[in-house]
Design a protein around this ligand. Structure first.
Ligand SMILES: NC(=O)C1=CN([C@@H]2O[C@H](COP(=O)(O)OP(=O)(O)OC[C@H]3O[C@@H](n4cnc5c(N)ncnc54)[C@H](OP(=O)(O)O)[C@@H]3O)[C@@H](O)[C@H]2O)C=CC1
Ligand SMILES: O=C(O)[C@@H]1CCC=N1
Length: 270
């Protein structure tokens, strides 16, 4: 990463993950500035990474060649009013769920925009993000966004902006579904008599092992599931209960609700 100035608007979880990755990848701390209203967050970012932190919009935003929008969608309008007067001709990269390029262009005066939808495993370099570039973004802009995301894990580009709502529903919110299943499996194991620590280890090992197998195997997830499922055996008994309760359909409905919410957050800002 080169050392031209990068400005983060919002210094919470996602900004912290991205900044941590950039610093580890060799970016100079002095090239990163963060606007963050919470004193505790500012202090944490300053101590962990040595970046420049400010409570509110400052003239230094004009130095930024790239701006990263990492506030909640509901905070974007107010933040844009405060910051927009200071921006130069920067590339704008947004990680905000739902907020459309059109709204970022209109409210922040941005022209070249890349939207990214990362997820929290980015905190340990094992995230996966979807990226979308506005038609005005250049090849250099895309490369810059890739350099921002690289240290946090994997990324892929989508062709249509609306597809980012599906990315948000699947992988942006996705870690929460995995944690939810983990909690349920650990609880069940504990109720069936395992020590809590053992149940946790077994559940975690099962998730990481199954994910690694699915990633490496030429077989589809459905075929891998069939390999586990002996006729008349234990897995079949469990899967019958999941089917009776329509768990696959429920998952479908849950992801659709997340995508709808992303679209709604976007519409509120148009
Ligand atoms: N968490 C996740 O898993 C993911 C989040 N995202 C997106 O990333 C964005 C940030 O999420 P996350 O990091 O979790 O949220 P956080 O709440 O941790 O961070 C946002 C920070 O921005 C601050 N803020 C509020 N208003 C302003 C302002 N006017 N100027 C500057 N900073 C401001 C907030 O302060 P205060 O608390 O006072 O409001 C808060 O500290 C969201 O848009 C979300 O959709 C994307 C992918 C995954
Ligand atoms: O829950 C949210 O709105 C954010 C976006 C994706 C993950 N967290």
């Amino acid at each position: 990463m080169n050392s031209s100035t990068l400005a983060f608007i919002g210094g919470g979880n996602m900004a912290g993950a991205l900044i941590g990755g950039l610093i580890q990848a060799g970016s100079a701390a002095s090239s990163i500035l963060v606007i963050e209203p919470q004193a505790a967050q500012r202090e944490s970012l300053r101590q962990r990474f040595g970046v420049r932190v400010y409570e509110g919009a400052v003239a230094e935003l004009g130095e930024a060649e790239a701006v990263v929008w990492a506030v909640k969608p509901q905070s974007f309008a107010e933040a844009a009013v405060a910051c927009a007067p200071h921006f130069g001709a920067a590339l704008h990269i947004s990680v905000m769920a739902g907020v459309r390029c059109a709204a970022i262009a209109r409210r922040a005066g941005a022209r070249r925009i890349v939207r990214a939808m990362p997820n929290t495993p980015a905190l340990i370099g094992q995230g996966i993000a979807g990226l979308y570039a506005s038609p005005q973004a250049t090849a250099d802009d895309r490369a810059r966004a890739e350099r921002l995301l690289n240290p946090t894990g994997q990324w892929l580009w989508v062709e249509q902006e609306a597809q980012l709502d599906a990315v948000t529903a699947l992988s942006g919110s996705g870690p929460a579904y995995v944690f939810y299943l983990l909690e349920a499996m650990i609880d069940a194991g504990t109720r069936m008599g395992l020590p809590a620590e053992s149940a946790k280890r077994l559940a975690l090992g099962t998730f990481s092992g199954a994910a690694a197998l699915a990633a490496q195997s030429p077989l589809s997830p459905a075929q891998l599931r069939e390999q586990v499922t002996s006729k008349g055996g234990t897995t079949a008994a469990a899967l019958d209960v999941l089917a009776e309760h329509g768990v696959a359909q429920t998952f479908g409905a849950a992801l659709q609700a997340a995508a709808n919410r992303a679209a709604e957050l976007g519409e509120q800002l148009n």
